[in-house]
Each structure stands twice: as structure tokens, then as C-alpha cells.
Design a protein around this ligand. Structure first.
Ligand SMILES: Nc1ncnc2c1ncn2[C@@H]1O[C@H](COP(=O)(O)OP(=O)(O)O)[C@@H](O)[C@H]1O
Ligand SMILES: O=c1ccn([C@@H]2O[C@H](COP(=O)(O)OP(=O)(O)O)[C@@H](O)[C@H]2O)c(=O)[nH]1
Length: 257
């Protein structure tokens, strides 16, 4: 893994010319599993997948390289299974397998929209998906394919937010974009507090000091240590993803300030 966001890396040199409209050449998009449920309580809503495919296609259309880490919270979460009595590591393995299912569903939606895409898994799953390999993943991105990085980090006790930050740093993305159910980071949970105030910008240390529950500590520490900017935005707002990629003000930016 590169120790910093190196503008002189070989991979960066091979990227195609940035579109005049796009602020970024390569992004890592984190899609939460719960967002894929749509109006349902469990599972995957094909309508949400199709809408996401459309929005991702718009990015590909303006020349942005898109890596995606999908969550699994719409199917299984290790911590919740553990609370119900299951062994935690077994639960986490189930959670990671859930992310593979979501990635397969997302690839299917992308391919139906004629967007070339690949699924790689941190857990080897021969015959179903390719095993994750950083250099191969970067080659796919450089050739214009969308790459879905599934099975999280491959290890229990981590989250897909940490996986998104890890893969974002590994593939030398310009930014990690976290798509979620709220339109940014607030001074407190906006779902629970009607008077919560939204931030347009935060430093990594402000997120850590104020314990803002938008990403787990491991993920925030990782992006801070590798100076990787993160933008948190509302994935239910149509057009928000494209808008932020072309430099519009969407959600909250977290960086070193
Ligand atoms: N300070 C905060 N700012 C924004 N959202 C927050 C904050 N604290 C807690 N949250 C909650 O975090 C959720 C988003 O985190 P996310 O990781 O996408 O959700 P999940 O854990 O369900 O996948 C929001 O739905 C919101 O309720
Ligand atoms: O590196 C990882 C990533 C995920 N998980 C498991 O997979 C579940 C689904 O991921 P997550 O909760 O991050 O999904 P999201 O909230 O984004 O839908 C987690 O609860 C964990 O049980 C894990 O064990 N290791």
C-alpha cells in the first residue's frame, strides 16, 4: 500500500486525460448496504440498483474512474448477529459474504445499463468473483471499467467504511465518497436531533475530537494518516453524486484543513 497520496505514482501517470468537467480522475465510492434496501426492511430493491447504475454511468461518461465498496448491512451485520447469540467472527464472515451478494447485484445492474464492471473479493471465491489484487484492480480502473471491491477487508471486526478508506488509499483515489442516508455530517445525529447543525467542512481531528458518528474510528484514523479526503453525501438526492464530482457543494468534506 502506498504510504501517501503520491501524485507521481506509475498508475497515476497511466490515467486518461481528466474530463474538463470532472474535478476528480479516480474516486472510491462507498455505498451502504442499507441504502440498497430502498423502502424495504431487508434485501435489495432493484429500482435503487437501477438508479445507482444510472448515476454511476454519468460519472463514467465524463471520464471518471470509479471504484466501489458496497456494504452488507441490508442483509447481515456481524455485531447484530452476535447480539442475537451468534459467534462474532461467524457473523462477520456472513456480513462480508453479504457484501459480495450486493456487489453481484450492483454489477448486474451496471452491466444491464451497458457499464462495464468487475467484482473483486477480499475472500477468494473461485468461479464466482475474482480475488482482490490491487494492481489488477488499478488496471481495470485505468481501462474504464467500474470495479466493485467486495468482502470488505476480508477480516472480521472491521467495517466496510474501513474497507472503503483502505481501498481508496490503495488505488490512489482522489477522494473517498461516502453515500449515506443523511446529507452530510452534523454536530449530532440528525436522525435523532431535529436541531442538529450541518458542517460543510471538518478536519479529521475535529471528527475524532467531537466523536461525530459518521464513520468508525479505524476508518477516520486511516484516512487521516494517509491524507485521503472524504466527502459524505446523501445518496437519495438525485444528481448529487455527479454534482459533487464536478465540484459542486454537496454534503460535508473531511480533510486535514
Ligand atoms: N454527527 C452525525 N452526522 C451525520 N450522521 C450521523 C451523525 N451521528 C450519527 N449519524 C448517523 O449515521 C448514519 C450514517 O452512517 P452509515 O455508516 O452510512 O449508516 P449505517 O451504519 O446504517 O450503514 C446516519 O443515518 C445518521 O443517523
Ligand atoms: O472488513 C470488513 C467489512 C465488513 N465486515 C462485516 O460485514 C458487515 C456488513 O458491513 P457494514 O456493516 O460495514 O455494511 P454497511 O453498514 O455499509 O451496510 C459488517 O457488519 C461486518 O459484520 C467485516 O467483518 N469486515
Amino acid at each position: 500500500m502506498p504510504t501517501s497520496h503520491d501524485p507521481h505514482s506509475a498508475e497515476r501517470g497511466t490515467k486518461p486525460e481528466r474530463s474538463a468537467k470532472s474535478k476528480y480522475k479516480r474516486i472510491l465510492l462507498k455505498l451502504s448496504g442499507e441504502a440498497l434496501m430502498g423502502e424495504h426492511d431487508f434485501g435489495i430493491d432493484p429500482k435503487v440498483l437501477d438508479r445507482m447504475a444510472l448515476e454511476i454511468g454519468q460519472l463514467v461518461g465524463i471520464g471518471v474512474q470509479v471504484g466501489i465498496v458496497v456494504g452488507g448491512g441490508n442483509l447481515f451485520r456481524g455485531a447484530a448477529l452476535n447480539e442475537a447469540g451468534m459467534d462474532r467472527v461467524t457473523g462477520d464472515h456472513m456480513g462480508m459474504l453479504a457484501t459480495v451478494m450486493n456487489a453481484l447485484a450492483m454489477r448486474d445492474a451496471l452491466e444491464r445499463s451497458n457499464i462495464r464492471s468487475r467484482v473483486m473479493s477480499a475472500i477468494p471465491m473461485s468461479g464466482v468473483v475474482e480475488h482482490y489484487d490491487r494492481r489488477t484492480g488499478i488496471r481495470y480502473l485505468t481501462s474504464g471499467d467500474v470495479v466493485l471491491f467486495s468482502a470488505g477487508t476480508g477480516n472480521p471486526f472491521f467495517t466496510t467504511d474501513s474497507a472503503a478508506c483502505l481501498r481508496g488509499i490503495e488505488i490512489d483515489a482522489d477522494v473517498v465518497v461516502k453515500a449515506t442516508k443523511v446529507d452530510g455530517v452534523y454536530d449530532k445525529d440528525p436522525v435523532k436531533h431535529a436541531d442538529a447543525v450541518k458542517y460543510e467542512h471538518l478536519t479529521y481531528d475535529e471528527v475524532l475530537d467531537q466523536k461525530l458518528g459518521v464513520m468508525d474510528l479505524t476508518a477516520i484514523c486511516l484516512v487521516r494518516d494517509h491524507d485521503m479526503p472524504v466527502r459524505v453525501f446523501d445518496m437519495n438526492k438525485p444528481g448529487a453524486l455527479l454534482n459533487l464530482v464536478v465540484g459542486g457543494k454537496e454534503g460535508t468534506l473531511i480533510d486535514r484543513g
